[in-house]
Ligand binder design. Sequence first.
Ligand SMILES: [Zn+2]
Length: 367
Amino acid sequence: MQSLCKATFTTLFCLCFCLQAKCQTGQANSLSLIPDSTQSSQDNTSLTYNQRTNQAAILSNDSNALRAAGNLQEARAKLEQASLLDPNQNSAIVHSNLGLTLLQIGQIDLARTEFFKALSFNSDMPAALYSIASSYFQQRNVEQAKYYLQDFLNKYPNAETSDAARRMLVSLQNVTRLNDDPNASDYYASAVTNRITIWPPEKQPLTVFIESGKHVDGYQPSFKDDLMTAFDKWMDACNHQLSWQLTSKKKKADIVCHWASDKHNFQEPDGAELGQTLVRSLSDPKRGNRYFIKKVDMILCTKNLDGITVLNDEQVDYLCLHEIGHALGIKSHSSNSNDVMFFMMKNPVSANLSDRDKATILRLYSY
Ligand SMILES: [Zn+2]
């Protein structure tokens, strides 16, 4: 007996790297003065070790107050002044605090240099090592981030930030090699990855069920608007080859969107992702071996990886755009950090589709 149709049901998971790298932005250390009977001097070069230690402590503590008041540039100036007093008992702390301040200012490269200097004075500073790792992560330097995260975890498996480090490392280890040319006009090859998977042309408009987030910790009513706006942006991008509408019928919906405050329902909850999209598709040999999407389930986190900080609207907007990209058939990730389909969340977040995002979805739906 011959089969009429050889249908294959496939499942595509996407555990997205829509994450925000958490750099160490904790409290700077306060320093105590040590007894010193030597006469003080204005000239750094003639100061004793203890005098330099005490002056560094005073400057560093002053900087903490400035930093707490949001006066980051003055805090930085104090710490740079303190760093001229090297070497002394407080040198490691001074450079670590300067690193934290520079991170807050957004000078990630300079901050990292300071953390390295801190470690050169005291090699046993978990926060400094973690900050180096997470700064590479934040800059999407995958190899360096992996190296320092592993180094951190080897040395400090039970540190306060070890769980966060472990999540980042798992995510980076899951990154498939991104082979597309970041300067090409689109990332179609990555989007398709071996076979085209799209919504069939007759399946319009796509029906979308958005689960209530009322009982989800961290959920804000504006998140639903962010999600709906993100759908609109993709529809605009593909010249309305696709359309969508809300439905109240969850079982019949083409795309079901859930909110979650944590990742316990994720397929791989140990990663650093903030979203998950599950795409079920069916092959149709009569239509050129394309795969047609039947159903999508999407989970969107309301909170950051720390489980405490609620995502802001820009971040949710970005997360929604990224996950919807997968829901529409973009399988893999872009290698260009300007694209919404890049594997990490931009910092600062800019929730707009790039020209490459738009060109890719247009090409995918040029049926
Ligand atoms: Zn993704």
